[in-house]
Write a protein that binds this ligand. Structure first.
Ligand SMILES: Nc1ncnc2c1ncn2[C@@H]1O[C@H](COP(=O)(O)OP(=O)(O)OP(=O)(O)O)[C@@H](O)[C@H]1O
Ligand SMILES: O=P(O)(O)OC[C@H]1O[C@H](OP(=O)(O)OP(=O)(O)O)[C@H](O)[C@@H]1O
Ligand SMILES: [Mg+2]
Length: 281
């Protein structure tokens, strides 16, 4: 039985539930359901607070979990990232009122509010900067206005929250984060985790690629293959028309319109693009 931790609320919750559903796991019926038993996939899904997930997985009570890379590093738990999941992207940055600070070195001896004390303390130690870390649970942007801190270190996605509080980012980004699949460091991946990883990789590929079909004159096939090399190589089949072939290849979704333009330029016809619903490469 695979025991998997899933964020029960917050910024990663919807993305995690969507990717697991696309990977064939049973979705929860409503947001109050904390455990979902999925016998068809020999799996139990535990819906937990995002920050607690690394702790459960690190203690070995759960086999794997979905959390943020920043939360993984913040936790100090004995866990490692096994697959980046491509959603829940954010950066972790310093911010303060305009013209306050230029770099992390300027924070020496100052007070920095954060909800990610482990991550921040690790970074300050790495940079050799001694500062006072004020540990808060959330809404840390308010701490400067209320005089509790001189600067904050917080998650920034769009930057709206900072702007609304009259703060500006400064210094290098402390960390870049996205949702990741994690497991305990010293364990072998068992059959259930390996299957989960393969299924999630399949979903990620299905999201990132499209299937492209087109017809082209046989003498231009090498140019066409250079544009659409596919995975193992494109499928090239004869057409019921002398001197023409049909080609089928997976193409990155990003830029597929440019590829269609280039194929058209070399004489391709009937260029069709379809979404990939699921795949296992
Ligand atoms: N706009 C965003 N706001 C907050 N976190 C985001 C955002 N975009 C991505 N994330 C990521 O989501 C995770 C934080 O999730 P969440 O905000 O649900 O946790 P939390 O702050 O501990 O919970 P809560 O806000 O319910 O107290 C982090 O990994 C963070 O990098
Ligand atoms: O750059 P933005 O798009 O504005 O997003 C970042 C903000 O969102 C998060 O807060 P959240 O909603 O999780 O509340 P919290 O601070 O109470 O955790 C994060 O802590 C920032 O405050
Ligand atoms: Mg939050």
């Amino acid at each position: 039985m695979l025991r998997l931790a899933v964020p029960n609320k917050g910024a990663l919750s919807e993305g995690a539930q969507t990717i697991l559903k696309e990977a064939g796991y049973r979705p929860r019926r409503d947001s109050k359901e904390l455990v979902v038993v999925d016998p068809e996939n020999s799996c139990e899904l535990f819906f937990l607070r995002p920050k607690d997930i690394a702790v459960y997985v690190g203690e070995g009570t759960l086999d794997a979990g979905i959390t943020g890379r920043d939360m993984l590093h913040d936790s100090g738990a004995l866990v490692e990232e096994i697959l980046p999941l491509g959603f829940g992207r954010s950066t972790f940055r310093f911010a303060a009122p305009p013209d306050g600070f230029a770099s992390v070195a300027d924070l020496k001896g100052r007070r920095i509010a954060t909800a990610y004390a482990g991550l921040l303390e690790g970074y300050l130690a790495e940079q050799g900067v001694e500062a006072r870390v004020i540990k808060l649970d959330g809404a840390v942007e308010t701490a400067v206005r209320l005089g509790v801190a001189d600067a904050v270190a917080d998650v920034v996605e769009t930057g709206t929250t900072l702007r609304n509080m009259g703060l500006e980012v400064f210094g290098e980004p402390i960390a870049h984060s996205e949702a990741v699949l994690i497991k305990r460091v010293d364990t072998e991946e068992d059959q259930g985790v390996r299957q989960l990883v393969r299924r999630l990789q399949g979903v990620l590929v299905a999201r990132d690629y499209v299937m492209m079909d087109y017809d082209i004159r046989a003498e231009r096939i090498e140019e066409a293959i250079a544009l659409t090399p596919g995975m193992e190589g494109p499928t090239v089949s004869p057409l019921h028309r002398e001197g023409w072939v049909a080609v089928r290849a997976m193409v990155p979704r990003k830029g597929h319109q440019q590829v269609m333009d280039q194929l058209w330029e070399i004489g391709a016809k009937a260029i069709l693009v379809t979404a990939i619903y699921a795949c296992r490469l």
